[in-house]
Design a binder for this molecule. Structure first.
Ligand SMILES: Nc1ncnc2c1ncn2[C@@H]1O[C@H](COP(=O)(O)OP(=O)(O)OP(=O)(O)O)[C@@H](O)[C@H]1O
Length: 244
């Protein structure tokens, strides 16, 4: 990176107020960190922030640039800047077969038919899944469908991947296998999770509360403070404090 290059992730003073109610307020995150975690209570704004980083939501105030790309405005360039993996692969999958699903983003990026064919087959081979090419996605397990989504995102070669609770609903072996695949990726990951253990070894963690950054720093102290407060709240018997 040249000394003048902007940070890979550059959110400045971002606010999002659908229906005039603030969902995100004054979010600033400028970083080249490779592993970034986002934690917070239910309804604190994590998924919304993930969608903002991925350019799926246009903000009301502030600026969002990923690798210098205005990801909400320039959707074609955004595909090569940032990908997103949702909690439920079925919210992401559009096509009946694995190869069609992986091909879709590449077609949107403007690649030729031959380039797409080569890239799809390279991606399947990378994960030893060449035999999945014509497989019906609905016949795959949830973990396998999540891997198809990951392959589809990786095929577009984004510099950042945002993962919104990608392990929810997966069993322990599948979670560990998918986590190992993610760990091995040489790109920037932004992982939203309710499980602080998944952020072991991460460079930086943001704790979001009511749409604002409550804490932002090295993973260990932020997660320690977060866990302490979550346990304290959980031990209380005031059900009025249940996250809405
Ligand atoms: N377009 C919108 N219009 C109105 N309210 C919205 C909109 N988008 C998000 N919200 C609200 O913003 C709040 C934050 O939602 P979000 O899904 O980002 O939280 P979260 O931290 O990901 O929650 P969870 O941990 O339960 O998944 C919620 O109250 C949600 O209803």
């Amino acid at each position: 990176m040249s000394p003048t290059a902007p940070p890979l992730i550059a959110l400045r003073d971002v606010s999002y107020l659908p229906d005039s109610e603030p969902v995100l307020s004054d979010i600033t995150l400028e970083t080249d960190a490779r592993r970034i975690g986002i934690v917070g209570r239910n309804g604190s704004g994590k998924t919304t922030l993930a969608r903002v980083i991925a350019g799926l939501v246009g903000v009301d105030d502030g600026t969002v640039r990923i690798g210098g790309v205005d990801v909400a405005r320039d959707r074609k360039a955004a595909l090569g800047a940032v990908g997103i993996l949702f909690q439920n692969p079925d919210h992401q999958i559009i096509f009946p077969t694995v190869e069609e699903e992986i091909a879709f983003g590449l077609a949107q990026q403007g690649h030729s038919k031959q380039e797409i064919k080569t890239a799809v087959s390279a991606m399947l081979n990378r994960f030893d899944k060449a035999h999945w090419a014509e497989a019906a996605i609905h016949q795959l397990s949830q973990g396998q469908r999540q891997l198809v989504c990951l392959m589809s995102v990786l095929a577009m070669a984004p510099r950042v991947i945002v993962l919104d609770e990608p392990f929810a609903g997966l069993d322990i072996p599948t979670t560990r296998q998918l986590a190992r695949v993610l760990d091995s990726l040489d790109l920037c990951l932004v992982l939203i999770t309710h499980d602080p253990a998944m952020l072991d070894g991460y460079d930086r963690v943001l704790w979001i509360e009511a749409g604002r950054i409550l804490q932002d720093g090295a993973a260990e102290p932020v997660l320690k403070a977060f866990q302490e407060q979550m346990l304290q709240l959980g031990d209380g018997d005031d059900l009025s404090d249940l996250a809405s």
